[in-house]
Design a protein around this ligand. Structure first.
Ligand code: TRP
Length: 467
């Protein structure tokens, strides 16, 4: 451990009246709550299905280990060193390190990314909510795959119902953010996360009893590189950022409450491992159902909503398990959504003197408004491609545009700059101190990854996509 009195000199003053996390575990739980969400259970399976399985999964795992993990360490480190909202943190640190004040821009783009993501995330969170209600009223019991497909189609085609759930989801998120990050969250995640994990195991257990399990394992873990496109590699990279809640300032904001004296490396590794295991379990729960029922792996964003109800339709206590599962998915989505709104609200509070209530209403309200474009992307505006004049956005609805713009462009770029800051703009001693690592093997290899491996991989994937 490094000398704490020494390291306080290089870190900005803590925020008045804002207590730190009560323990390392509390931080891990909150950060895991942010990381584990719809990204793991909804997005990972459907993009894996769309991108051909095994090879995509392998690239994704490599992206988590070689790019995601080092950037997670860097982002939490920056947050803990700055102890303010992401925008202020980057401004303060740049001053401390004698760098350009323009680094604050990184805080800005992050807040913007979180904002854009939340606008569609809340709509999908709304779908999960709708499915809690469907499961609880026994709608899945004995239903065939056609019925279940039609049920999902019916939901998407009804903007009024989608709006209702989207609004309710945003209201809950705003209400929690108003109360502040730490009150109640620790306890909720403490109980509900392990429960979600257990239920996923139950689902995998059920999936093993279907005759699609072998095919699913082959699909997920046997790489077929002929199916790997450059676009798929970018999607895998982008998803590594998305699923670890990187580059939007969320992890920076959470890191700003982390007390000194805890190992950032093992803390970040724990978060990344739990997050990855949850995603893989979700894949193992879903793809057997896809194959056993002759469904399409590349069905898109509706995949889990068209497959998991099939399990609940057949299994014992399906209504109970179904209700519980979608409730836990909803909780996971809420604990992630909170972390997208938090940086914006903190900034309004800190810089503009706007109270939490007003700030959360302002930021949350405008996200809600923007979310209406996603609601309409699945029905009235399904043929509306707002940025069709730009080649990469051709054929993309508002929802597709927000998804692509954030996951495939903004997050990788933001992460690239964060890790560049840690690797290139901080003096080695300052970095060692902020990471509380002695300049030995672990530190040197981590710094090497931060300087070369992670940034270069992001750049290569980008260039590859451009040509
Ligand atoms: N990681 C979350 C998930 O997988 C989503 C999320 C939360 C997020 N906060 C974020 C994504 C910040 C990007 C940026 O569902």
């Amino acid at each position: 451990m490094s000398d704490t009195t020494q390291s306080t000199q290089t870190s900005a003053a803590g925020r008045a009246g804002n207590p730190l996390w009560s323990s390392r575990l509390a931080f891990i739980l909150a950060a895991t709550g942010s990381a584990v969400g719809l990204g793991n259970i909804w997005k990972f399976p459907y993009i894996t299905g769309e991108n051909g399985g095994g090879a995509f999964v392998l690239v994704y795992l490599l992206c988590i280990a070689l790019v995601g993990l080092p950037i997670l360490i860097a982002e939490v480190m920056l947050g803990r060193r700055g102890r303010q909202s992401p925008i202020q943190t980057m401004a303060t640190l740049a001053r401390l390190d004698g760098r350009s004040p323009h680094w604050a821009l990184l805080g800005w783009t992050g807040v913007l990314a979180g904002y854009l993501i939340l606008s569609f995330y809340a709509v999908i969170g709304g779908w999960s909510m709708a499915y809690v209600a469907k499961a609880a009223s026994g709608d899945f019991t004995g239903a065939s795959s056609d019925t279940i497909g039609a049920m999902f189609g019916g939901l998407l085609s009804d903007p009024g119902t989608l709006m209702l759930w989207h609004s309710l989801f945003m209201l809950i998120v705003i209400a929690i953010v108003v109360r502040g990050l730490k009150s109640g969250m620790e306890k909720a995640i403490n109980l509900l996360m392990p429960l979600l994990f257990l239920l996923l195991l139950v689902m995998v257990g059920y999936a093993m009893s279907t005759d699609g399990f072998g095919q699913a394992v082959t699909f997920l873990f046997l790489p077929d590189f002929s199916k790997l496109t450059t676009e798929a590699v970018l999607t895998a990279l982008g998803h590594a950022f998305f699923t670890l809640s990187l580059a939007s300032g969320a992890m920076m904001a959470y890191g700003s409450f982390l007390p000194k004296g805890y190992s950032l490396v093992s803390t970040a590794a724990t978060i990344a491992i739990v997050d990855t295991v949850v995603a893989l379990l979700a894949g193992l729960a879903i793809f057997p159902l896809v194959f056993a029922n002759g469904l399409e792996p590349a069905a898109g964003p509706g995949l889990i909503f068209q497959t998991l109800p099939l399990a609940f339709s057949n299994m014992a206590f399906g209504t109970l398990f179904g209700t519980l599962f979608f409730t836990l998915l909803l909780v996971a989505a809420i604990t992630s959504a909170i972390s997208m709104l938090e940086p914006a609200v903190e900034w309004l509070e800190e810089k503009k003197g706007i109270g939490r209530l007003k700030g959360a209403l302002l930021a949350g309200g405008s996200v809600w408004l923007l979310g209406i474009t996603t609601v309409l992307s699945f029905n009235h505006w399904s043929g509306l491609y707002p940025l069709a004049f730009i080649p990469v956005f051709e054929g993309k609805t508002f929802f597709d545009v927000f998804d692509y713009l954030t996951a495939n462009i903004m997050l990788p770029l933001g992460g690239l700059f964060m890790v560049t800051y840690a690797g290139w703009c901080m003096k080695p001693q300052a970095l060692a101190q902020a990471l509380e690592l002695h300049p030995a093997v672990l530190f040197n290899s981590l710094r090497f990854v931060m300087r070369f491996i992670a940034p270069l991989l992001v750049i290569i994937v980008f260039i590859n996509q451009l040509i």
